[in-house]
Ligand binder design. Structure first.
Ligand code: FES
Length: 190
């Protein structure tokens, strides 16, 4: 089934399916039979894929449509209706901007725009090098720290637009230090 779906893509679309995504799709093919082929399984299946792989690959939506015997339009409609689903793989540094009420009134939307400008990606997207992904989330449960942003696992409190650059710089510095450490270790191990 996967080969058939891949064959139906144009060249650019096929090239966009990298090895990692191909492996995810192969795993989804193996996992789908565990779910009853019923339309009421649509959301649980999408949730299971997203939970395990962090996103819903486009071709996975086709597979799910086939599995629960509905149209791709219906699956896509359901998946886009709920904010919890994303369609791009998460970056190594996922950035989640809280836009719950408390964060929203304290400028969360402006922070999101600042991250979009700085990272050159829109919310819901992942940078080409897979370093960053950006999304808006509902209240993360620490309204006293509003406006809050989650970077990886860490909650950044009272974020201001001028702090956005600092957050990205900190990630870049950490990455560079890790790379240098790796080079040092490789050299030490001969
Ligand atoms: S609204 Fe942002 S943490 Fe509650």
């Amino acid at each position: 089934m996967l080969d058939k779906l891949l064959a139906a893509l144009n060249e650019t679309e096929r090239a966009a399916v990298d090895e990692e995504e191909y492996n995810v799709l192969k795993a989804v093919v193996d996992e789908l039979p565990a779910f009853p082929r019923e339309i009421f399984q649509l959301i649980p299946i999408l949730q299971a894929i997203q939970r395990k792989y962090g996103y819903l690959p486009r071709l996975a939506l086709n597979m799910v449509a086939d599995h629960v015997q509905t149209t791709i339009g219906k699956v896509y409609g359901v998946a886009t209706f709920y904010n919890q689903f994303r369609f791009n793989p998460p970056g190594r540094n996922p950035i989640k901007v809280c836009l719950g009420t408390a964060c929203h009134v304290k400028g969360g939307e402006i922070l999101l725009e600042n991250f979009e400008r700085r990272l050159q990606i829109k919310e819901g997207e992942t940078s080409d090098d897979r370093e960053y992904s950006l999304e808006r989330v509902a209240c993360i449960g620490c309204c006293a720290l509003a406006p809050a942003v989650v970077v990886g696992e860490k909650v950044e409190a009272y974020v201001t637009p001028s702090k956005v650059e600092g957050i990205i710089t900190e990630i870049e510095v950490r990455k560079e230090m890790a790379e240098r450490e790796q080079v040092k270790n490789e050299a030490a191990n001969g």
